[in-house]
Structure formats: C-alpha cells, structure tokens
Design a protein around this ligand. Sequence first.
Ligand SMILES: NC(=O)c1ccc[n+]([C@@H]2O[C@H](COP(=O)([O-])OP(=O)(O)OC[C@H]3O[C@@H](n4cnc5c(N)ncnc54)[C@H](O)[C@@H]3O)[C@@H](O)[C@H]2O)c1
Ligand SMILES: O=C(O)[C@H](O)COP(=O)(O)O
Length: 528
Amino acid sequence: MTFHVLITDPLSEEGIQPLREAKNIHVVVDTELTPEQLEEKIVGFDALLVRSQTQVTRSLISKAKNLKIIGRAGVGVDNIDLEAATEHGIIVVNAPNGNTNSAAEHTMAMIMALSRNIPQAYLALKNHEWNRKKYVGVELKDKTLGVIGLGRIGSEVAYRAKGQRMNVIAYDPFLTKEKAEKMGIGCGTFEEVIQQADFITVHTPLMKETRHLINADAFAKMKDGVYIVNCARGGIIDEDALYDAIVSGKVAGAALDVFEEEPFHEHRLLELPQVVATPHLGASTVEAQEIVAIDVSRDVIRYLNGEPVKNPVNLPSLPKDVLATIEPYFHLAEKLGAFLIDLVKEVAEEIHIYYSGELYDVEVSPLTRNTVKGILKRHLGSHVNDVNALYLAERRDITVRESKTSSNKGFTNLITVEIKTKSQTRRVSGTLLNGLGPRIVKVDDYSVDVTPKGHMVFIQHIDMPGVIGRMGSILAKHDINIATMQVDRSDVGGSAMMMLTIDRHLDDAALEELKKLQEINDVVAIDL
Ligand SMILES: NC(=O)c1ccc[n+]([C@@H]2O[C@H](COP(=O)([O-])OP(=O)(O)OC[C@H]3O[C@@H](n4cnc5c(N)ncnc54)[C@H](O)[C@@H]3O)[C@@H](O)[C@H]2O)c1
Ligand SMILES: O=C(O)[C@H](O)COP(=O)(O)O
C-alpha cells in the first residue's frame, strides 16, 4: 500500500529525505495552495506536513477523509485545530527540540539589535545619513533580563544572556529556587520579574492563560525605559498596550519576531522607530529546519507503518475494549485534576490518584493520564494531552502515583486525587452517578455534591452566623448570581467551607472583597 504525504509549507529538502526514500510513501510538495484549494486537495492524502503558516482548521480536517497524521515541523501547534484532529482520530506530531537553539539565538540577536539600534542605524546609513549621536545604545552587561517562561527556549536564552554578563531573573510556574540556583539565575513571581527587569523576554506558549499576559497593567508595573522582546508567539503581548507604552516613553524599545496576525504587509507598531522586527524567523536556520523536518518525517513514517511515534501532541486511539470501560470517566478525571490544582494555587510536587469501587478491577492508566493532563494544562496549555501528560510531569520532577483501594466510601465508583505541594496536601474526590454524570463529592474532609463544570467558588471560613449573608451581599453587589451552594463544617463554630457555582467568573474585585471578610480564611475562584 502506498501512503500519500502532502507538504504545504516550505520544509528543508534534506529534512524530508527520509520520506522521499521510504518505499511505501509518495510525497507531494505544494506550498502555494489557497485554503479552498487545500480543502479540495487534502481528500486523497494520508499525511499532512506543515509549519506555522498553513492553517489546519476544523473545516479542512472535516474534508480530510483519509488523513491519519498531521506533522508540525516545529514547536507551536496553535495553527492546528487539535480538538478537531483528535475528534477525527488524526494524530498530531511535532518537533519540539529541533529549533530551540535557533529560537534562542534569534532572541539574543534581537536583544542586541534592540540595545544598539542596529536596524535603525543601518537603515539610516542606506538612506545616506551618517548619524552617530542619534543611535547611542545601552550596554547589556549588568542589566537585568527578565525571562517569562523558562522552558526549552527560555532556559537557553538565560544561559546565553549570562554569557553577556547580564543578571537573569525568571518566572515560570515550574521553576523552583533549587533549579534557578543550579542555573545561576534568580527567580521570582511574575510581578517581581517584570518590576526588576531592564529587558523582558517572553517564552511561553500562546494559550488562554498567556494571551495578553503582557498588557497595560503589566507595563504599568515595569521600570521606566524597559525593553520588551517577543520571539515566542504573537498575542502573548497586547500589541495595542505595547504601542501606547512605547509612545508614552514607558517602554524604550521592542523587538518582535511574532505578531497577533501573520503574515501582514503593514503594521502600526513598525511605524515606531523604537521597534525592531523580523517576520517570524526564530526557527529559520538551515540547521533547525533540517532537524525539525527530519524529526517530523520520521514520526510520519513510523505512524503510517503502525509504530509508536516519538512526539505525539494529541490523543492516540485507545483499544476499543479499554475505551468502552474507561471513556465515561475521562471527563471526571480531568476536571478533578483541574479543580484541585486551582485550589492549591501552587505547582504540584506529587500527584496521587486513588481508584475504588468498580474502578478497582479495570485498567485505569488512561484516567491517570487524564487527571495529570487536567493539572498540567493549567500551566502548560492545550498541547498537554493524555499522551504526553505523564512525560511532561516526569520532565518537571512531578511524581505521579496510582493506587487501587477497596474503601469506596459507599460510592459505586470513586476517584480521589491528592496533590502535594511544598506547603500543603489537598484532596478532592469525584464519582460518576448513573444517569446524572460526574460529581465532586468531597473536598479535603468536607462533603459536597456538585457538578464539576462552569464557574465555581470555594470558600473556607469560620462557622458562625452571618457569614453566608455577608458573602451573598458582596456577590450581589458585583452582580454575580449564585446558581448552587453547599456548606459543610468540621464542627460547630469550627472551620467550614462553602462551595458555590456562579453564573460568571468571580472577578478580582469581588474576590478581594470576599477575602477581606474577617470570618473568611480563603477564597478560590475555579473555572472548569
Ligand atoms: N519565533 C519562532 O520562530 C519560534 C521558534 C520556536 C518556538 N517558538 C515559540 O516559543 C515558545 C516557547 O517554546 P519552548 O520550546 O521553549 O516551549 P516549552 O514548552 O519548552 O516552554 C514553555 C514554558 O512556558 C512556561 N509557562 C506556561 N505558562 C506560563 C506563564 N503563565 N508564565 C510563565 N511561564 C509559563 C511553561 O511552564 C514552560 O516551561 C512557544 O510559544 C513556541 O511556539 C517560536
Ligand atoms: O513554533 C515554532 O516552532 C516556531 O514558531 C517556528 O515556526 P515556523 O516553523 O513557521 O518557522
């Protein structure tokens, strides 16, 4: 049988040699297709290989009747509708390691171009203007570089900046003091890093939690004359806020490789002389392009030949019998993980999942992966799935344990997730009620009965008259409607909890006001 592979973005010819040499694979390269033409053409293909330009939309995927695998020759998969691919049973693979060096080197090049006005001075020279006064720069030595997102690329940038004798300070939810010390850099909260840095560079994925992470509020907290660098993804920085911050003089300059909308021919940020920019060139080196194309080609060959892939991004298909038993619990497992990590508000060091009741006798590892996925997604974004969740946890030294227990506390099935962090151990239990779906039934030692869905608030308080009324008045003042409410307590006048579901997200203003109530010890907003 011959498999047909379509390549729609420019990939390294050397990199795709493994595909060209494979006996059962026929390769077509067409990088000029319009979205409409691609939708027509995709029908006959078993594999699609792209970079960041081809938009692999739900509509395209729905037309791709034979498509088995999508290969992304690079890291970011925000141009691929992962949910649609998964729904259609199409595996997505990427090449997460191949362009790390190139992206880090490009970031350093941008920082240096920015600090010494190199693009602006070059342009002036081309326009016959010899002006030494206008292009006085700043040294990097002894300046502080703030790195937001210390993953593969952020870490490489940190090492390189140290070579420039910069002080480096980083924020990443997974960064521990020990790891920072080992790297010879400082660490702090997001606020601390942006307040202390002379240069700020972002290296997170683009996802709900990081969209406009650098916004007007963040700019207001930065030093006057700060420099901003984005070689990660357009959208992490709010471009309108950046424009205003440059015009006001708050930001001295910005270096941008990526933009909220790409490609473009005109951009108002580029009208500002303080902005230096490249058209998404971070991974565009001969070396990186060859490696990412080889990595992704090899995974495509493996998959089409029925072998396990090295870099899966979305769900694989599970054996039918396992799927039938376990599938109804997938959602519950993920939501329990997401709920608990929101509750602890810290990075997990250990995750322990206990299964009981009818789950005692079945293969539960897919549920463990779903729980860990629910936890890690909060930090790493949508590329975490039950294929890579355990791998990502291991890479971050998070211990994941799974136990079967006969103590089912009266439920026909029960999943209890326990998270240990540096300072606390917390638990949540959930069950699948026949015909009624998933329920959270215990939080720590408190009993509840709530559907893990939508906007929730978990309040710990002292058991005394009036607390519920005062809490209700605050929510009413903020026009927040309570949909359901549960209360439980350890003993009369002791510690107690309220679990609310509300009709919209609990915003910071309401949250802060609730926290000010004397009887309330903690308030957490949870959105599932
Ligand atoms: N310009 C380019 O051509 C180019 C090339 C390669 C990669 N990239 C982009 O660079 C980014 C980083 O890639 P990577 O390979 O280092 O990914 P990575 O997964 O190794 O690292 C991302 C890090 O961000 C951290 N993070 C998540 N949310 C955060 C938050 N709210 N605040 C702080 N840190 C947070 C994660 O914990 C993780 O350590 C991605 O957006 C990728 O698409 C761009
Ligand atoms: O996420 C990535 O790997 C980079 O943004 C590179 O994208 P590109 O393959 O389009 O250069």
